[in-house]
Design a protein around this ligand. Structure first.
Ligand code: ADP
Ligand code: MG
Length: 292
């Protein structure tokens, strides 16, 4: 590798806010055959908003939201922040949560005003001994529309489904198209529900979807792709993406992401724009060509 080619490539990247941390990152970029992208906060804006609150018979919506918001106030998850913002917009009185437990990739549980409140995935409901019952259909309907549907149990009974929408970033579809044009396979990797993930993948032109992956299992999915012979770049923003960024041949962090993701990655996209993923790979290819 000639130092001049490396300098030119690094400089080209820096001009558009693509930070290659070292020469190795630039060289690896040229040889990537598959790009794995996290959904929430990477392909989407990561700013979900509550669109629907569907309560079970006999449940008061305002009271339910007040209890759920008390739990979610203790969480740093983007979905939790959206729920809290929704409750605050409605001017609901705040409540105190006791014994808060965060279950990564699944949701959260706490006691509020003497009620046990669980909010999250079907897996969490199962762990709580709750049968979703009729809420399962409503959840499926929301997910089919691309929304993330979160279940709520109150005192071990199914109480509500909260639908949240998180819009794709404006350049996500173009980024996927550019990667495919460059002969690179694109895979979506997410902890979200299969139906929700599939709907967004369809919208963006992504063929391969790996959904309902627990945070601890993202790295293993990347390892599987590598074992199958692909040279993998992983693009992510979250704390839960860091092990996968480390596991990939090339870790690419969204600049607006968490510090852990940025520290772990080999490349940082300062503009937080997915279109800079194909740009980074093409800069790498250009650099390698000059090195021959
Ligand atoms: P992603 O991989 O898309 O960034 P996560 O792994 O963070 O998603 O979360 C996976 C799923 O777990 C979410 O789609 C949601 O259903 C559920 N979940 C996690 N944390 C919470 C929370 N605090 N409140 C509600 N639901 C949650
Ligand atoms: Mg994310």
């Amino acid at each position: 590798a000639t130092p001049t080619a490396i300098m030119v490539g690094t400089g080209l990247g820096a001009q558009r806010g693509i930070l290659f941390k070292n020469a190795g990152a630039l060289e690896t970029s040229a040889r990537i055959t598959a790009v794995v992208m996290d959904k929430t906060g990477t392909l989407t804006k990561g700013e979900p908003a509550v669109t629907d609150v569907l309560v079970a018979d006999g449940v008061d919506e305002a009271e339910l939201l007040r209890l759920v918001a008390a739990v979610e106030r203790e969480s740093e998850h983007p979905l939790a922040r959206a729920v809290v913002a929704h409750a605050d917009n409605l001017g609901l009185l705040a409540a105190e949560a006791d014994g808060f437990v965060n279950v990564p990739g699944q949701g959260a549980v706490a006691t509020v005003d003497g009620h046990r409140v669980a909010v999250g995935t079907p897996r969490l409901m199962e762990a709580e001994g709750v049968e979703p019952g009729t809420l399962a259909e409503r959840r499926a309907a929301l997910a089919a529309g691309g929304q993330t549907a979160v279940l709520v149990a109150l005192d071990a009974r199914p109480a509500a489904v909260i639908g949240l929408a998180d819009a794709p970033r404006p350049t996500s579809a173009a980024a996927v198209a550019a990667l495919r044009a460059a002969g690179v396979e694109v895979v979506m990797l997410t902890g979200d529900n299969q139906a929700t993930a599939q709907r967004i993948a369809d919208e963006l032109g992504i063929d391969t979807v790996i959904a309902e992956v627990l945070p601890g299992d993202k790295a293993a999915k990347v390892a599987e792709l590598r074992d199958a012979g692909r040279r993998v770049a992983m693009v992510g923003d979250g704390v839960n993406d860091a092990p996968a960024l480390a596991q990939a041949d090339l870790g690419i962090a969204i600049g607006a992401g968490t510090d852990v993701a940025i520290e772990t990655a080999d490349v940082v996209l300062m503009r937080s724009d997915p279109i800079d993923v194909p740009a980074a790979l093409l800069i790498g290819r250009g650099t390698l060509r000059k090195m021959r």
